[in-house]
Design a protein around this ligand. Structure first.
Ligand SMILES: *[C@@H]1O[C@H](CO)[C@@H](O)[C@H](O)[C@H]1NC(C)=O
Ligand SMILES: *[C@@H]1O[C@H](CO)[C@@H](O)[C@H](O)[C@H]1NC(C)=O
Length: 214
């Protein structure tokens, strides 16, 4: 009896532990963003009301505005922008870089990212988990493809004198983004100063100075 229970438990939990987003159980489940029901993902729109536009996003050829502190702009195409992605475990992003612009260190809690440089030259890198915290970096040129494993902190920097463009595929309909600096120093409300003072081994004045930027 207990053996059956354990087997059942493993059967029930293993696919969830191994997969990224769970697999679809029908051809499609177009996101119904108006539904008041909360589920893991988004409720399906009535299949009879689904139209071709539910599977379409337009404007990915347009450059994002990079006039900001980072000198970069991410155009995300996930389930919020393209309802047809619901339950399909995949999404896309375009990243534009001004000269010397950076896509600051961040992580996607729910997705691995595969990135291709289509214009310019980028320094790309990610850091492995504790205790190694090994930095793995590469200079990428047009046509190079690089992968950022799920959950790891990664970044890109434009090394060229001109504009750079990268396209990223992500293994989730809703990868999520945690930008490290914003999460640590721009949380709402603030993380108490002495936590950051000890964590970052800096004076409390430095903590407050960084917090004031976010
Ligand atoms: C990214 O570009 C879009 C389109 O130009 C713009 O609306 C948006 O404000 C930009 N985002 C940032 C963070 O600069
Ligand atoms: C880009 O963003 C900056 C800062 O918000 C703004 O001043 C500028 O007009 C924007 N450029 C375009 C083409 O929208």
């Amino acid at each position: 009896m207990s053996r059956f229970l354990i087997f059942g438990f493993l059967l029930a939990t293993c696919p969830l532990a191994l997969a990224s987003d769970p697999g679809p159980l029908q051809d499609y489940c177009v996101a119904d963003s108006n539904s008041p029901v909360f589920v893991n993902g988004v409720v399906c729109k009535d299949a009879k009301l689904v139209k071709a536009d539910d599977f379409l996003f337009r404007g990915f050829h347009l450059m994002g505005n990079t006039t900001n502190d980072m000198g970069s702009n991410v155009t995300a195409v996930n389930v919020a922008e393209l309802p047809g992605l619901n339950t399909l475990g995949i999404s896309l992003a375009r990243i534009d870089f001004a000269p010397r612009g950076i896509n600051p260190p961040h992580t996607h809690p729910r997705a691995t990212e595969i990135l291709i440089v289509i214009e310019g030259r980028l320094l790309a890198g990610f850091v492995t988990s504790n205790p190694e915290n090994r930095l793995i970096t590469k200079v990428l040129v047009k046509g190079d493809v690089f992968v950022f494993p799920q959950g790891l902190i990664h970044f890109q920097k434009n090394l060229g004198k001109g504009h750079a463009i990268a396209i990223a595929g992500l293994s989730s309909q809703n990868p999520g983004v945690i930008t490290i600096a914003n999460a640590m120093f721009g949380s709402n409300p603030d993380i108490v100063g002495d936590v950051l003072e000890k964590a970052f081994q800096v004076d409390i004045k430095v903590v407050h100075q960084i917090q004031s930027k976010f």
